[in-house]
Design a protein around this ligand. Structure first.
Ligand SMILES: CC(C)(COP(=O)(O)OP(=O)(O)OC[C@H]1O[C@@H](n2cnc3c(N)ncnc32)[C@H](O)[C@@H]1OP(=O)(O)O)[C@@H](O)C(=O)NCCC(=O)NCCS
Length: 138
C-alpha cells in the first residue's frame, strides 16, 4: 500500500510507474488506474444519469456539439462527463486550466480534441450514473 497525496493543482500523485484518476459524487466513487508503460494520461469522471439543464448545456457544449446533441440521450450530460474526464487526463501532462469549450467531444468516434491538439480516447459506462474514461495511449 502507498498513500496517494494530492498536488497543488488537485491531481493525485501516484507512485512511480502508475497513472490513475479518481471521481466521486455523494453516492458513487470511481477510479481508473494503469501503468505508465501503457498510458500517457488517464482521467475518469462520474455524473448522475440525468439530462443537463438548458443553462448548463450552453455553458458546457460548443455550438458544433449542440448540433450533434441527438447522439447524446442525456442531452449534454455525456459531453459534460467526457470533458471532465478528458481534463483530468491532460492536466497532469500540460498543467493548463481548461474551459469546457477548450475540449470538443465527438461522441460517435469516442474521442475528445483539446485546444492544444491533443486527442484523447473516450469510453463510457451507463447505469444509474454515467462514467467516462479518458485516456491517451503511450
Ligand atoms: C478536476 C475537476 C474537473 C474535478 O471535478 P469535480 O466534479 O469537482 O470532482 P470529481 O469527483 O469529478 O473529481 C475529483 C478528483 O479529481 C482529481 N483532480 C482534481 N484536480 C485535478 C486535476 N487538475 N487534474 C487531474 N485530476 C484532478 C482528484 O483526484 C479529485 O479527488 P479528490 O477531490 O478526492 O482529491 C474540477 O475540480 C476542476 O478542477 N475544474 C476546473 C477546470 C474545469 O472544470 N474545466 C472544465 C472542464 S474542461
Amino acid at each position: 500500500m502507498a498513500p496517494v497525496p494530492k498536488s497543488p493543482g488537485g491531481e493525485p500523485i501516484w507512485p512511480n510507474g502508475v497513472l490513475g484518476s479518481l471521481a466521486h459524487d455523494y453516492r458513487v466513487a470511481v477510479a481508473a488506474v494503469g501503468s505508465s508503460e501503457d498510458l500517457e494520461g488517464v482521467g475518469i469522471d462520474v455524473e448522475p444519469a440525468e439530462n443537463l439543464s438548458a443553462d448548463l448545456l450552453q455553458l458546457v457544449t460548443t455550438s458544433r456539439e449542440r448540433a450533434r446533441i441527438d447522439s447524446d440521450p442525456y442531452q449534454g450530460r455525456l459531453f459534460f462527463v467526457a470533458k471532465e474526464a478528458a481534463y483530468k487526463a491532460v492536466y497532469p501532462l500540460d498543467h493548463v486550466l481548461l474551459d469546457h469549450h477548450d475540449i470538443e467531444v465527438d461522441l460517435a468516434n469516442q474521442q475528445a480534441i483539446v485546444r492544444n491538439g491533443r486527442i484523447v480516447e473516450l469510453r463510457f459506462c451507463i447505469s444509474s450514473h454515467l462514467v467516462a474514461l479518458a485516456f491517451i495511449l503511450s
